[in-house]
Write a protein that binds this ligand. Sequence first.
Ligand SMILES: [Fe+2]
Ligand SMILES: [Fe+2]
Length: 419
Amino acid sequence: MPLERDVNIESLLKIDAELNEIQDLDILLERMLNEARKIVHADAGSIYIKETVEEEEGVFTDKLHFRYSQNDTLQKLLPPGEKLIYSVFSLPVNEKTLSGYCAFSGKLVNIPDAYNLPPGVSYAFGKAYDQISGYKTTSILTVPLKNAEGNILGVIQVINSKDKEGKTVPFSDEDELLISHFAINVTLALQKARLIRTMILRMIKMAELRDPKETGTHVNRVAGYAVEIWDRWAAHHGIPKEDSNKFRDNMRIASMLHDVGKVAISDTILKKPAKFTDEEFKIMQTHTSEGYNLFDDPQSPLDNLARDIALTHHENWNGTGYPGWVDPVLGTPIKVREDGKPLGKKGEEIPLAGRIVSIADVFDALCSKRVYKDAWNEDEVLQEIRNCSGTKFDPELVDIFFEILPHIRQIQQLYPEVG
Ligand SMILES: [Fe+2]
Ligand SMILES: [Fe+2]
């Protein structure tokens, strides 16, 4: 048995174990695509997830939602730390496109040359991506992600296999085997991550019953922005990739849960159409410590992070936020100001995750329409974020936010407001 093959199998096992540890669906999809590309030396690729959507009342159709795209050749043209921007779209599950066909038939498709498709195939190759990006797609391997019951969960498409000299070659029979094996092994991790996402969104739905602003799309966007801000912060601070990856998984989930403590606040307060009285405002502010108290496993890094974020996402960099230095379990002040109220946490006293979610949450709230206000336009929102640098927000994070603005806009596309 050649050595290279042994190494492949060993690394496959290691990858399976690593992917199984990932809890968040988006983080997992991104990693899956990355690992799939590595296994078959693919220069580029995309990953799709299948969802059943209700297009009109009572009419359900299967769609393939494009989630992530990677391209080493185009990536190398960007400055270090930058990520590619790609457009987000959905495809019908049918024979007309390559990925659609793969999801429709459940079959692996290996195309040596995209510009010379075998005669008689039902699908066409979409040249738009190559035309826009200047990239040349040649070999394509498309594999369905199928669970044990044979249901298609999604599709991985890898593009342009590279040989040792970096030349583009067709995907081999061995590549087909390796990627099929990979696709089978990751479905459990994928199903687990989907289940976790579903459960989290159900928790959010419960909070939404109290506060209609806390929707699934809002929290998905806030979590998406938070991870992008974290990635850039970690790159600036030289955090090792492995640590940063672990943290981003927890960060994604914990950020979604920032306001889940609102389940504990009464409807008469949260749904009040008029301004809060001082007393009502005080009660509303306790959603932070109520959220903290929902996550009570000190052994779990996810719980610890969810606690930090729930408790501190309304603290301000200059110490004017809430709840400040309180004991979140007892609700009593730990440090007090002259007037007896709890002292606000300020600067780096506020955990980094809380500082990150603060910007992400405010940005999304300002961009969204709310009962009491219209959506602001992007210029106004950005001006506001800039104005709050050093007062409400950590100035370093505001700078990072502006550096990654194209990615923030991409997340808005990935999780658009519905209805
Ligand atoms: Fe909040
Ligand atoms: Fe929020």
